[in-house]
Design a protein around this ligand. Structure first.
Ligand SMILES: [Zn+2]
Length: 147
């Protein structure tokens, strides 16, 4: 039940932020999740809704945004995302169908992809964490970003 510990961590972070900034009511929390993390969004939202009561997040809605993994070339130092190697991915999709292996296992990238700048296969997947990308509060109605 990884989703529950993620929801708990998100709630704890936002509650701390709300207390520090004297925010009494959070409207929306936007989290970024790596697309390959296998988290079940429905379970995550259910966990969030269950644990958010009795906090400034009591009426908050959880918004989930999936982030694609990024890669770094160890030969030339270029950092690139899956968008930058779209043409390479298109041929992979042709071979493997929609469930192409990189979507599930970015660590496989060096076997399938080459650097779009120098053509090297010496690339590594950058690890990505779950991030809180924005918090919307009741008073001002504006979104704020926290680290
Ligand atoms: Zn390169």
């Amino acid at each position: 039940m990884h989703e529950w510990s993620v929801a708990e961590a998100v709630i704890r972070t936002v509650v701390n932020w709300a207390n520090e900034n004297h925010v009494t009511q959070v409207k929306k929390v936007k989290v970024g999740i790596p697309s390959f993390s296998f988290l079940d969004v429905e379970i995550l939202k259910e966990a969030f809704d269950t644990m958010k009561s009795d906090s400034p997040l009591g009426k908050a809605e959880l918004e989930v945004v999936f982030k694609d993994p990024t890669f770094k070339c160890r030969n030339c130092g270029l950092t690139f995302s899956l968008k930058d190697v779209r043409d390479q991915l298109e041929s992979l999709k042709g071979e493997f169908g929609e469930e192409y292996p990189l979507h599930l296992m970015p660590a496989l990238a060096p076997s399938f992809l080459k650097c779009p700048k120098c053509g090297s296969h010496d690339i590594v997947a950058e690890t990505q964490d779950i991030t809180i990308d924005g918090i919307e509060v009741e008073e001002s109605g504006t979104a704020q970003t926290v680290g």
